[in-house]
Design a protein around this ligand. Structure first.
Ligand code: ARG
Length: 437
């Protein structure tokens, strides 16, 4: 069922109808579509384009469609081109001729633009809530497990840090993701409703009114841009992609940490799976899936950038492709944030294994050098002496702090008993991470 056809002599091929239809996916926009129509109708009445009685009838019709969809009486399916046609044809079925006035001073181009902006805004706030939840779970886990662990560069044990500090690095990343999304929301917050097809309308409409009614800061400045701007989707998808990248990095750490080789954490059974052949295995599938699904979200962003790159002004049907990319990314990111939250919340942090790894890693070698610098040796020379001590320890199967003072003095006579306190890991942490969270 179509909203057009007046100038057509022949009917569309079935194949074309199927190819063109978007109802199967844009049905997700029904709430925003009805909300947008309600604001539009109220404006038409205020501007005396339709009268009070017509306005009331249309509003009642739209609300009844919304109610019936909500309570399951009305299924969004059938032979409709898209959600806009579905709502409008249903309205006309319910209230008769007056329903045909709904689309006065509006086009599906500004209609879909406003629907999508509202949907993306709502979705972004849902993602922000999930990020908030994950951030507080990370903080909790970090603060309740104030243990020393090796910090890594090049995946080699480098210097001592705490599990708290390590986890709070992710807290910082996710707080930036949240800021990025809030910024994208504030950039998109201009209403395209009233731009009509591309050139505005000859009716004396009030775009300020619909913008305000729908929660936008203002109407867009330019009609052509208003109906064909999808920058906001690219911004939101790129924020989603960056957030997925952070989730993926954290997943990678959890996968490594939960190996027998590391054993820094133990994933809860709730978020692990088994092997159908190897009975001993407990696999970190949740983390692996998050890492894998990151590729999907990047793909959606790349698709959107590619869809938009060759489109002249103004609306072109290519833009219909924006929806599935966003829906897919939104569902994926939301699920990944929730699963990561559950994984972090339920995992056990293994203090002893992390401490053991610190001891075996010569992680205070830099502090030995710093000690000598404090005694007046140039850092480059101190670095060399400390390196020689590490070789000696390796050959004699000792940690640096296990050397006695005579052994230290063999490398430099400036070493004294205070070296033990200086290179003690807990003291190193206290000195190094002055503002540890
Ligand atoms: N389904 C379309 C989309 O998502 C709605 C806009 C249709 N506009 C048009 N001129 N055919 O983009």
């Amino acid at each position: 069922m179509k909203l057009w056809g007046g100038r057509f002599r022949e009917s569309e091929s079935e194949l074309m109808e199927e190819f063109n239809a978007s109802l199967s996916f844009d049905k997700k926009l029904y709430k925003e579509d009805i909300e947008g129509s309600i604001a539009h109708v109220k404006m038409l009445n205020k501007c005396k384009i339709i009268n009070e009685e017509e306005c009331e009838k249309i509003l009642r019709g739209l609300k009844s469609i919304d109610d019936d969809i909500e309570n399951g009486k009305l299924k969004i399916e059938g032979d409709y081109e898209d959600i806009h046609s579905f709502v409008e044809v249903n309205l006309i079925d319910r209230i008769g001729e007056v329903g045909k006035k709904l689309h006065t001073a509006r086009s599906r181009n500004d209609q879909v633009a406003v629907d999508m902006k509202m949907y993306v805004k709502k979705g972004s706030y849902i993602i922000i809530d999930c990020i908030d939840k994950l951030m507080s779970t990370i903080k909790n886990k970090a603060e309740n497990n104030h243990f020393i662990m090796p910090g890594y560069t090049h995946m080699q044990r480098a210097q001592v840090v705490t599990f708290t500090h390590h986890m709070m690095a992710y807290y910082s990343m996710f707080s930036r993701d949240k800021k990025r999304l809030l910024n994208a929301i504030s950039n998109l917050n201009e209403s395209p409703l009233g731009c009509c097809a591309l050139a505005g309308t000859t009716y004396d409409t009030d775009r300020e009114l619909t913008a305000k009614e729908l929660g936008f800061d203002k109407p867009v400045d330019n009609f052509l841009d208003g109906v064909s701007d999808r920058d906001y989707l690219i911004e939101v998808l790129s924020s989603f992609s960056i957030c997925m990248m952070h989730l993926s990095r954290l997943s990678e750490e959890l996968i490594i940490w939960s190996t027998k080789e590391f054993s820094f954490v133990q994933m809860d059974d709730k978020f692990s799976t088994g092997s159908s052949i190897m009975p001993q295995k407990k696999n970190p599938d949740a983390a692996e899936l998050i890492r894998g699904k990151t590729g999907r979200v990047y793909g959606d962003l790349m698709a959107m950038l590619t869809i938009m790159k060759g489109i002249p002004l103004a609306y072109n049907k290519d833009m219909q492709e924006d929806k599935e990319q966003f829906f897919d990314s939104f569902d994926t990111l939301k699920m990944c944030l929730l699963v990561m939250d559950g994984m972090i919340d339920t995992m056990k942090v293994k203090e002893a294994a992390m401490k053991e790894a610190v001891k075996g890693g010569f992680l205070n070698a830099t502090d030995v050098a710093d000690y000598l610098v404090n005694k007046g040796i140039a850092f480059r020379d101190a670095h060399k002496i400390s390196g020689e001590i590490v070789i000696y320890c390796e050959n004699n199967d000792k940690t640096i702090e296990e050397l006695n003072i005579d052994e230290f003095k063999k490398f430099c006579d400036l070493f004294d008993d205070d070296v033990y306190e200086f290179i003690n890991y807990h003291n190193v942490i206290k000195k190094g991470n002055k503002k540890i969270m």
